[in-house]
Structures are given as structure tokens and as C-alpha cells.
Design a protein around this ligand. Structure first.
Ligand SMILES: [Zn+2]
Length: 217
């Protein structure tokens, strides 16, 4: 995929994030890996006003190139690409239900088997750190270890994927699971599936589904 196509896809993904209700305004950000770095959405521009040329290139040493400043969370994206060879795209949102749980410092346990979409038996919540800092990136990288998504305390969600569609799909799935978990908690305390069962589901997703995507039937 050439750079022009990738820039356009980042813009489309950022807009879809808001159109589908998993993000609001100019919060959240989207990136995709390229050789030696990544493209990322710029800081503080409403996505409906975003043009392909506003997308910023950031090298792995943090050097940014473009007519805009990169997202304030560029360190988070940089560190995920450095540490996670499976990440070709990263979507960060402030989706309402997942962020509600994150505001309570709660991750998503195995209350439903689809939690395994994120790669393990739970979706962890990183402790709160100031936005845009190395400390936030470090906390997120620890919480997402062995997973493809995590919550960020008092902040939002981060999801990675094999491409932009995959990362957006996972971010949407995390929001749907957070909503179900929140709903279940209104009625009672949901039963949590055990580690053995979740390991079986993770294995089935690995075998049947494209990297934790929608399982084939
Ligand atoms: Zn954020």
C-alpha cells in the first residue's frame, strides 16, 4: 500500500471511529505502521475537517514530518510499534462504556467468551497517567502485554491490529463488551469464565479467526 492510500485510510478510519459512536470530537487517534515509523492523525483537528495531507509521519526516533503536529499520544503509538511486531495499526478511542469502566479503574474480566478477541482471558486497565506522557505509554504497554487491547485508567481504550480495519474492529468489540459488562453489573454479578475455558477460546479464535477477528463458521 503506498503512502497516499495509507493516509487516506487513516482519515477514513478516524471518521468511522466517530460515526460509529466509539469516539467523540477530536479525542482519540489513529495510526498505521510504515517502514521506519508510522503515520498518525494530527493533534487537535476535528476529524470531519481532516485532510489526507494533515496526517503526520513520525519516525521511530520521534522526529515528526508534516504540516501539523502529531497526536499528543504519538509516544504510545511509537512504543507499541517498537514492542509489538504484530501491530500494523493502532486505534485509540475514548469510547463511552469502556471509558466508564476505565474511570472506575476496572478492566473487563471473562464475563463473556468474546473477551478472548483481545487475545487473553481479560482486558486489563492500565493505571491513570497524564495524557501524552511517556508514563502513559509505559503503563499502556504493560497492560496490553499478551493482549491486543487494554483500557487506560480515567482515559479510554487502545487497540492494535493487523491493519486499520482490524484495529478499529477490535476497538468496537471492546466497547461492545464493556457495554455488556456494564449492563450485566446493573442486574447482578456475572459469572466469570475460568482460565482453562478462556485458554480454549483463545486457541479456537487463533485457529478459526483471522488474528482474533470475526471467527469463521
Ligand atoms: Zn486519549
Amino acid at each position: 500500500m503506498n503512502d497516499a492510500v495509507l493516509r487516506a485510510r487513516i482519515v477514513v478510519t478516524a471518521r468511522r471511529m466517530n460515526e460509529t459512536g466509539i469516539n467523540q470530537g477530536s479525542s482519540g487517534n489513529v495510526s498505521a505502521r510504515v517502514a521506519g515509523g508510522f503515520f498518525v492523525t494530527p493533534s487537535g483537528i476535528p476529524y470531519e475537517e481532516l485532510e489526507d495531507a494533515d496526517v503526520v509521519h513520525v519516525a521511530m526516533n520521534g522526529h515528526a514530518t508534516g504540516r501539523r503536529a502529531p497526536s499528543s499520544e504519538w509516544r504510545l503509538h511509537r512504543d507499541l510499534y517498537a514492542k509489538r511486531p504484530d501491530a500494523a495499526a493502532v486505534v485509540h478511542t475514548h469510547s463511552p462504556y469502556a471509558t466508564t469502566l476505565a474511570c472506575l479503574g476496572r478492566g473487563i474480566p471473562a464475563f463473556h467468551y468474546e473477551v478472548a478477541f483481545a487475545g487473553g482471558s481479560d482486558i486489563r486497565c492500565a493505571p491513570y497517567r497524564t495524557f501524552g506522557t511517556q508514563e502513559l505509554s509505559d503503563a499502556a504497554c504493560a497492560a496490553i502485554e499478551g493482549r491486543r487491547a487494554c483500557l487506560l485508567g480515567q482515559h479510554g481504550v487502545v487497540a492494535l491490529g493487523a491493519d486499520l480495519d482490524d484495529a478499529l474492529r477490535l476497538a468496537s468489540k471492546v466497547e461492545a463488551l464493556a457495554r455488556l459488562y456494564w449492563q450485566a453489573l446493573q442486574v447482578g454479578e456475572p459469572r466469570i469464565l475460568d482460565e482453562e475455558e478462556m485458554a480454549r477460546v483463545v486457541e479456537r479464535f487463533r485457529h478459526y479467526g483471522p488474528r482474533g477477528g470475526k471467527p469463521r463458521r
